[in-house]
Ligand binder design. Structure first.
Ligand code: AMP
Ligand code: FE
Ligand code: FE
Ligand code: ZN
Length: 278
């Protein structure tokens, strides 16, 4: 059986609701998943309940946006508790910051003559923490772009004209928050930091000293070189090699349980939790 420690529901920017996601994963032969929505854990309780009825173990998780000077950084957290404090108490505030940031990106687009209706963005998100994917979808609905990727390439990608960086937690703050909440912090997709090898290495070292316990070494889109580089960093800094598919929707190329080659080792979640719970 396969496990997948990085999955999104429609509580953030995924297409499936938590119950459908669990059933979809089960249908693909995946028996352990972590729900890691952006800045929310709202999908965890319904997914845990659905998991009980279809025999999928559901790990409570989150994917936090971290403020970095270049690129973007996502920090995964894995928990035993579906509403771990103090993290759970801060989540509403993260949502408000995301609204402000999304509003700024929409204003930039409108200032560039690319008309996007704020109410349409809000309606499309249906209460989920607002993110660039929701703006991308509004751009598609308005006919400005024909694909999500085009919206990022032209407007929303890191460094593109309508991009606004996330005003989230600082690096050490994020790691501390996950650990204080009883969770295991893991660095997601290190390449989005946009650092070359000479700069990524000391950055990961700094995170390891701050209390990071894992790094995504197993993801379906990695090249063999990326896999080797991140495996090397994990070994060098004593981090547990983790990973997942980062599944968002059935039409995406990577299905649940697609965790790269070689795949995510069995027992990874237990090793991550043991690293913080002892
Ligand atoms: P945000 O949290 O608002 O910064 O949005 C981050 C999300 O946007 C990621 O999790 C991806 O789902 C999506 N994303 C980021 N960059 C791209 C890209 N170049 N193409 C398509 N989707 C992207
Ligand atoms: Fe996402
Ligand atoms: Fe991410
Ligand atoms: Zn993700």
């Amino acid at each position: 059986m396969a496990s997948d420690l990085h999955m999104h529901t429609n509580c953030s920017d995924g297409a499936l609701d938590p119950v459908d996601l669990v059933e979809y994963a089960a249908g693909r032969g995946v028996d352990l998943i972590a729900i890691t929505d952006h800045d929310t854990m709202a999908g965890v309780p319904p997914a845990v309940a659905a998991g009980r009825s279809v025999g999928v173990h559901v790990v409570p998780g989150i994917e936090l946006s971290i403020k970095v000077p270049h690129g973007s950084m996502h920090l995964l957290g894995y928990f035993e508790d579906p509403a771990p404090d103090p993290l759970a108490g801060l989540i509403a505030g993260f949502g408000e910051k995301r609204v402000e940031r999304a509003r700024e990106m929409v204003e930039r687009l409108n200032g560039m003559g690319v008309d996007v209706d704020w109410d349409d963005v809000l309606a499309g998100a249906a209460g989920a923490p607002l993110g660039r994917p929701h703006i991308a979808e509004a751009l598609m609905r308005a006919g400005h772009v024909s694909a999500r990727k085009e919206a990022f390439d032209l407007y929303l990608g890191d460094g593109r004209p309508a991009y606004v960086g996330s005003d989230g937690l600082a690096v050490e703050e994020g790691v501390d928050l996950v650990r204080e909440s009883g969770g295991a912090p893991v660095l997601a997709h290190p390449y989005t930091l946009g650092l070359d090898a000479a700069h990524l290495d000391p950055f990961v070292g700094r995170m390891a000293r701050a209390g990071l316990v894992g790094i995504e070494v197993h993801r379906p889109e990695y090249t063999p070189d990326q896999h080797a580089a991140y495996a090397g960093l994990a070994a060098k800094y004593g981090l547990i090699p983790s990973g997942g598919s980062d599944f968002h929707r059935p039409s995406s190329p990577h299905h649940p349980g697609a965790t790269g080659d070689p795949p995510l080792p069995e027992g990874t979640i237990d090793r991550l939790m043991a690293a913080v719970l002892g």
